[in-house]
Design a protein around this ligand. Sequence first.
Ligand code: SF4
Ligand code: SF4
Length: 185
Amino acid sequence: MQALTNRAHSVERKPMTWVERLYLWNIFKGMMITFSHIFRRKATISYPEQKREFSPVFRGLQILNRDEEGRERCTACGLCAVACPAEAITMEAAERLPGEEHLYREEKYAAKYEINMLRCIFCGLCEEACPKDAVYLSETFAPANYQRKGFIYGKPDLLIPHPIENPDEYKKALGNRAHQQHTSN
Ligand code: SF4
Ligand code: SF4
């Protein structure tokens, strides 16, 4: 039969010596490989006490952003939902009422905003589609859960802490985004 590559080797089938039949040599060789790894740098870490730094391009859990005055940026335009290839985003729009200008930046806002984390593939297209800098993928990830409904993230789960009322938590949630934060759109 014609060989497709030149990598084929014929197997040697010579009878084993009495040393080989004891298998001690092979066990010794295996143990040497194990011992040689003891002195190498460990590939694992003791999570959660130790944590690795994320890659600068890591895309994690979505955050709904506020502006510098703490107003919700999202105007419920639906562009993120249209851009989402996994159809993971759903929302309901509402009109801003007089007196709510300190809560919502635009005349329309998302009364309901949900992301199904079981569908999300963390592609970041929602972030790219958003004209208001209202949604971005953070440096954290959705924690494990035993129930499917625990992976449906609503507005209270996604909304970033208030920058004036809770500045420390806000900065933490913003992470490396702090220097990228747009002041207007
Ligand atoms: S990251 Fe991608 S899959 Fe996830 S919600 Fe955004 S657009 Fe959809
Ligand atoms: S997050 Fe951005 S793209 Fe999505 S509805 Fe809100 S403003 Fe529109």
